[in-house]
Design a protein around this ligand. Structure first.
Ligand SMILES: NC(=O)c1ccc[n+]([C@@H]2O[C@H](COP(=O)([O-])OP(=O)(O)OC[C@H]3O[C@@H](n4cnc5c(N)ncnc54)[C@H](O)[C@@H]3O)[C@@H](O)[C@H]2O)c1
Length: 262
């Protein structure tokens, strides 16, 4: 039997054309939802155009999440399809630069904060009226293990992901009276393209082999395992569904119990 726990729920996902965002879009579609996603990358957008639900339940748009003008245009297009939404998933986030703080430059620091934090502001500001129209809903902010722990060599990323937690806790308090729930998910080390890049950069900076760095990342979780994009997608599905109707203001790690990040 198909589990249609998100039947006809309307969900916006930022940076949704690959990785965690696309895995989440697929899980939500399989549970009966409508998905409106945007992404900056033509190659990723082209790939997902093959999905049979395109223009029926899946709507995709090109948008740089760090440009307020482009986010406004994206919302204007979504509003032609639906006036209310059940959920916003603030998924966009880049890894940022790798290095000790003396070696990093302010341009990379500012870019990381712009994409990982300020973009969420653009999306959230425009989503709130649509959630209010819906008489409630769920905002999910994708933070990271680096939003709970320190993360050597990745200071701008860690700062941005702790900021996401502060935003989550504050918004949950501001929006509770409107039955809008706000939670943060903190993914652990995800098997996928992003970690391939992160491991390569760390290996280059520390001059240690990629396989040693990879093993070390996996060992940070008590469960000694990779986390998969689908693990995050399933947690998103739970937080959108009515099964979590009184869960708000929470920081939820999905990380096999990561006890360190170094
Ligand atoms: N992958 C991990 O190990 C991991 C761990 C913890 C947290 N996270 C967080 O999860 C979220 C998703 O991560 P991921 O690994 O799927 O990311 P990813 O690096 O695989 O990128 C996902 C998508 O983001 C899009 N994107 C990048 N910049 C954009 C922009 N300015 N505007 C619109 N789209 C943009 C890319 O085109 C891509 O399709 C991020 O916030 C990330 O920080 C990831």
């Amino acid at each position: 039997m198909t589990d249609l726990v998100l039947k006809n729920k309307k969900i916006i996902i930022s940076a949704g054309a690959s990785g965690i965002g696309w895995a989440t879009a697929k899980v939500c579609l399989s549970k009966g939802a409508y998905v409106y996603l945007c992404d900056i990358d033509d190659k990723h957008l082209k790939k997902i155009k093959k999905n049979p639900l395109l223009n029926k339940k899946l709507f995709i748009y090109k948008c740089d999440a760090s440009s307020e003008t482009q986010v406004i245009n994206f919302f204007n297009k979504v509003k032609k399809k639906t006036k209310k939404i059940d959920s916003l998933i603030n998924n966009v986030g880049i890894a940022g630069p790798t290095g000790t703080i003396e070696k990093l430059n302010s341009h990379d620091w500012e870019r990381t904060l712009k994409i990982n934090v300020i973009s969420h502001f653009y999306f959230t500001k425009l989503a709130i009226p649509m959630l209010k129209k819906n008489k409630g809903g769920s905002i999910i902010n994708i933070s990271s293990g680096a939003g709970i722990l320190g993360f050597p060599l990745r200071s701008p990323y860690a700062a941005s992901k702790w900021a996401v937690i502060g935003m989550t806790k504050t918004l949950a308090m501001e929006l509770g009276k409107f039955k809008i729930r706000v939670n943060a998910i903190c993914p652990g080390t995800i098997k996928g393209d992003r970690m391939v890049r992160v491991i390569k950069d760390k290996s280059k900076f520390l001059k240690i082999s990629k396989s040693k760095i990879e093993k070390d990342f996996i060992s940070m979780a008590s469960m000694n395992c990779w986390i998969y994009e689908e693990d995050i997608a399933k947690m998103c599905s739970f937080l959108i569904s009515n099964d979590s109707e009184r869960v708000s203001g929470q920081t939820i790690p999905v990380d096999g119990n990561a006890t360190r990040l170094d």
